[in-house]
Design a protein around this ligand. Structure first.
Ligand code: NAD
Length: 491
């Protein structure tokens, strides 16, 4: 299958509201481009506040109507059908993500388990949702129990860096709990969410359960976050936008789940197995061109191995094959847009201005086939002090800042020195040191002698300004449920 088979340029891609493809009310469109070539990929109907109103109304009708009658087993069947369909179309999804946001096709193809396994995990959760009967301490013959009920209409706002998996993380718990959703995918990569919306209907999920309204953040996104008939917003994106979502949610005190940015430390102790730590830490930041919320963007290296480790990581980084993600040899694709490329380049300049040294990379790549796209060479910045902006602010690109440390305590202090707390890594052969360090780091995930692995049973989310709530794991569905207490005294 090539991207021509996807027919992306055949007409405008429409919104999906109440099971129907519709144009935006204002008749506007926007374009999505292939970041490897800068070429037009598709024209998308642009949703605005009015379309969000219609989508929320459809989601509410579905929530109170047909969908509310589905038993847990029936919802499970829907999810399993949906997962099977996505599985059958998996190559198409891999292509869509690669074309829309640039990740190498080998990378997007490797997400099969992460996407479909995740959805099947949520299918399993449908029949596990249960309340409890409560011991009575009240006078008289009292019987109390709890019911777990879906929170209602969910607004899901997603970023562009992992369209398939981040959308499934939103849809899975919605379907498992009996909620309904209005998805607002990122304007830079909306194609996958639209295709998921179509397949959901094919899988027998009733119209209105999953609505997809692509559009800009300050219009469609803001309208969804502020909507008075949305019960909960599940947001993944930057910390700056997360604050706006918090503000917007105040009108009807809606529930929030925020998966925000990170500046994750990856700590290499001198006793680590360096043959594993070099590729492990390098791919922990350069994989997906550093556009991963939990990317190990701060490399904390014990001073006795600082020079050796930086030179080995730099050799590894320089050897990575950067190119168009459609080429199956490519290991690192472009960054998502010209805007993102400028942001990354400006951070490299800021770092150099702050006194960091470029060990490898450090610039945009202009080699023949790369000049039209948004390619940044995998970059290692050394001699970084933990207080520098490049060591504190999220860059979201293929740039790692290497910081030396002398003691275990100092490593932890530096690890905890940012406002974020999403991911972290520890590389050591010393089991006690690994667990002591893991306990001391304030982050939602600690990877020991590996980096970035995700498993449906393992919860994922942030400490501090990386947000709150956990996706994945058996607790995820609780975020989409509320507890009703029923107390009865015999008449
Ligand atoms: P972003 O915050 O710019 O956009 C995210 C989404 O929010 C998009 O759909 C956007 O249209 C929408 N949006 C923008 N302004 C809005 C507003 N005022 N109201 C409502 N919605 C609005 O982030 P991005 O550039 O798309 O993605 C990169 C960021 O996402 C990084 O900071 C990264 O760390 C974070 N991220 C976090 C996780 C996680 O799970 N913690 C995962 C992936 C990405």
């Amino acid at each position: 299958m090539t991207h021509h088979d996807l027919g992306l340029l055949n007409g405008v891609k429409k919104l999906i509201i109440d099971g129907k493809h519709v144009d935006g009310l204002e008749g506007r469109t926007f374009e999505t481009r292939n970041p490897a070539t800068g070429k037009l990929l598709a024209t998308i109907a642009e949703g605005g506040a009015g379309d969000i109103d219609l989508a929320v109304a459809a989601a509410r009708r579905a929530f109170e109507g047909a969908w509310s009658k589905y038993t847990p087993f029936q919802r499970q069947e829907c999810i399993l059908n949906f997962a099977d369909l996505i599985d059958r179309h998996f190559e198409e999804f891999s292509l869509l993500d690669t074309l829309d946001m640039g990740a190498p096709i080998t990378f997007t193809r490797s997400r099969r388990q992460r996407a479909i396994g995740m959805l099947r995990f949520y299918a399993g959760m449908c029949t596990t949702i249960q309340g409890g009967t409560l011991p009575n301490s009240l006078p008289g013959d009292v019987f109390s129990y709890t019911l777990k009920e879906p929170v209602g209409v969910v607004g899901a706002i997603t970023p562009w860096n992992a369209p398939l998996t981040s959308t499934i993380w939103k849809i899975g718990p919605v379907l498992a709990t009996g909620c309904t959703v209005v998805l607002k995918p990122a304007e830079d990569a909306p194609l996958t969410a639209l295709r998921l919306g179509e397949l959901a209907l094919e899988a027998g999920i009733p119209p209105g359960v999953i609505n997809v309204v692509p559009g800009y953040g300050h219009t469609a996104g803001a309208a969804l976050a502020a909507h008075m008939d949305v019960d909960k917003v599940a947001f993944t994106g930057s910390e700056v936008t997360g604050r706006k979502v918090i503000e917007a949610s105040k009108g009807n005190i809606k529930r929030l789940m925020l998966e925000l940015g990170g500046k994750s430390p990856d700590i290499v102790f001198a006793d680590a197995d360096l043959d594993k730590a070099v590729p492990g830490t390098a791919m922990g930041i350069f994989g997906n061109s550093g556009q991963v919320c939990s990317a190990g963007s701060r490399l904390l290296i014990e001073r006795s191995i600082y020079d050796e480790f930086i030179s080995r990581v730099s050799v590894f980084a320089k050897a990575l094959r950067v190119g168009n993600g459609m080429d199956s040899d490519t290991q690192i694709g472009p960054v998502v847009s010209a805007k993102q490329m400028e942001r990354v380049r400006s951070y490299i300049d800021i770092g150099i201005g702050e006194g960091a040294t470029v060990s490898t990379g450090g610039s945009q790549m202009f080699e023949d086939s790369l000049s039209a796209g948004y390619f940044i060479a995998p970059t290692v910045l050394r001699d970084v002090d933990y207080r520098m902006r490049i060591a504190q602010e999220e860059i979201f690109g293929p740039v790692v800042t290497a910081i030396p440390f002398d003691t275990d305590e100092e490593a932890v202090r530096i690890a905890n020195s940012t406002v974020f707390g999403l991911g972290s890594g520890v590389w050591t052969r010393d089991g006690a040191k690994a667990h002591t360090t893991a306990k001391a780091i304030r982050s939602g995930t600690v990877w020991i002698n590996c980096y970035g692995t995700l498993d449906p049973v393992v919860p994922f989310g942030g400490y501090k300004m990386s947000g709150y709530g956990r996706e994945s794991g058996i607790g995820h569905v609780d975020e989409y449920l509320q507890t009703k207490a029923v107390v009865m005294q015999n008449a």
